[in-house]
Design a protein around this ligand. Structure first.
Ligand code: ATP
Length: 223
């Protein structure tokens, strides 16, 4: 895990999520983008849900454990527990301010899935987020810009940039055409509980080290 002050100028990519569990739908597009954009560090940032929202099925230590297992796949992946350590529901604005302070010379890239872009106007202080970072949107099967509400369409008219424009500044939105994987953590939890046992091969949508972690700790009803 890392959270030290980092003064070298470069791009820092951040993917926040519940990661209950982390899966190829998160990792495949992110690693493809890292190859194409030259990112040397991708922070995987597990979030803390507000009390009135659905809580993760497994303990935070296990969400972190699964992320640590996933991070063994590629040296650019970093697990960052900053939001969990705040002890309060996660908000993206303080998180981006934190990264800006920790990495004053870096270009910040905040990665979200297409489903999250479609809901962005519901996020607290969403318009101020662009003062701190570029946004990169991963395609997600089942979610399309065609269904975007007018605020999102206007946002893109104003802010959409090319991949080359991500290398400096902030405030752009790059809609990526990276490979996409049709899975959600909710579906995966159901599949694991219903169809997989301790003797099963790794499910298609999970990295092998994450599956080993799940088996070892009997998560999601694996027995
Ligand atoms: P849930 O089923 O609980 O919604 P999830 O995997 O969709 O799970 P998160 O782990 O919170 O949810 O996702 C973190 C980020 O990754 C979000 O920005 C989400 O839009 C994105 N994401 C998740 N799954 C995919 C996928 N299959 N393709 C593209 N983006 C994804």
């Amino acid at each position: 895990m890392t959270d030290q002050r980092d003064t070298s100028p470069r791009q820092i990519a951040v993917l926040g999520g519940t990661f209950d569990p982390v899966h190829w739908g998160h990792l495949r597009p992110v690693l493809d983008l890292a190859d194409r954009c030259g990112w040397d560090r991708i922070h995987l940032l597990p979030t803390c849900a507000p009390p009135h929202r659905q809580q993760p099925e497994v303990l935070n230590t296990h969400r972190l454990g699964m992320l640590d297992a996933a991070a063994t796949l590629d040296s650019r992946l970093y697990v960052n527990d900053w939001e969990l350590r705040q002890g309060m529901p996660s908000r993206t604005l303080p998180t981006l301010k934190h990264f800006r302070e920790r990495c004053p010379n870096a270009t910040l890239i905040f990665i979200i899935g297409m489903d999250s872009l479609l809901l962005l106007p519901e996020w607290l202080h969403w318009e101020r987020l662009f003062d701190y970072a570029h946004f990169v949107v991963m395609p997600r099967p089942g979610y399309s810009l065609d269904e975007a509400r007018p605020e999102v369409k206007e946002l893109l008219e104003k802010r959409q940039v090319s991949i080359e424009q991500l290398s400096s500044g902030c405030g752009g939105i790059y809609v990526a055409e990276s490979p996409s994987v049709d899975i959600s953590a909710t579906e995966l939890r159901q599949q694991i509980g219903q169809q997989f046992t301790l003797n099963s091969e790794c499910p298609e949508f999970l990295p092998e080290p994450v599956w080993k972690y799940i088996q070892k700790h009997h998560l999601y009803g694996v027995a």
